[in-house]
Design a protein around this ligand. Structure first.
Ligand SMILES: Cc1cc2nc3c(=O)[nH]c(=O)nc-3n(C[C@H](O)[C@H](O)[C@H](O)COP(=O)(O)O)c2cc1C
Length: 181
């Protein structure tokens, strides 16, 4: 028999709970090394938007589903929710400068000026040269604190040969490279 689990909120939680301070949480998360991705979307107004993200995860392979945590203050947030499309582009070493552009508000208007971009099924911008690109239709979104956790059904995939580049990583507030052990 199939079982369904649907948990909304924690009935045992109290505002008096002695939860760790934000700074301590951030300090702990420094030690989680992550790949970096560009999350992009095509707005209903035809404008491309995107940002750098490490909060990206596979959810399930069948049906292929991923999630991204997007701050609701990010400029792409409303375009993503309204347009219901996004692409997650995994970055390599060659994309270091690009990653800085997509995480700096000063560079917001020039994010798509350089590099080669294309589209697949959903219309979201796909970076040519990304290690992998997962083109998604937004399935659902859940608000958690400052962020929306956005779930996407993967509609189309592009995968570069592993020889093309190595993944760009982020760890301890700096970019780095993967070293096999
Ligand atoms: C390494 C790194 C990882 C980031 N990961 C995320 C993330 O997972 N989710 C998010 O909402 N913002 C993330 N950010 C912040 C956004 O990239 C940044 O705020 C960006 O400028 C937002 O776009 P906007 O300037 O158009 O609002 C990250 C920034 C850096 C440097």
């Amino acid at each position: 028999m199939k079982q369904f689990l649907n948990i909304a909120g924690d009935p045992t939680a109290s505002p008096m709970d002695n939860i760790p301070p934000v700074a301590e949480f951030r300090d702990a998360m420094r030690h989680l090394a992550s790949g970096v991705s560009l999350v992009t979307t095509m707005g209903a107004d035809g404008r491309r938007q995107g940002m750098l993200a490490t909060a990206v995860s596979s959810v399930t392979a069948d049906p292929p589903t991923i999630l991204v945590c997007v701050n609701r203050t990010a400029t792409m947030h409303s375009a993503l929710i309204e347009g219901r499309n996004f692409c997650v582009n995994f970055l390599g070493h060659a994309h270091l400068e690009l990653s800085r552009r997509f995480s700096s508000s000063e560079a917001r208007d020039s994010r798509f000026d350089a590099d080669r971009w294309t589209t697949l099924s959903t219309g979201a911008p796909v970076l040519e040269g990304a290690l992998s690109a997962l083109d998604c239709r937004l399935e659902s979104a859940v608000e958690v604190g400052s962020h929306s956790v956005v779930f996407g059904k993967v509609m189309e995939i592009r995968v570069a040969p592993t020889s093309v580049d190595k993944p760009l990583l982020y760890y301890d507030r700096q970019y780095g490279a993967f070293v096999g052990v």
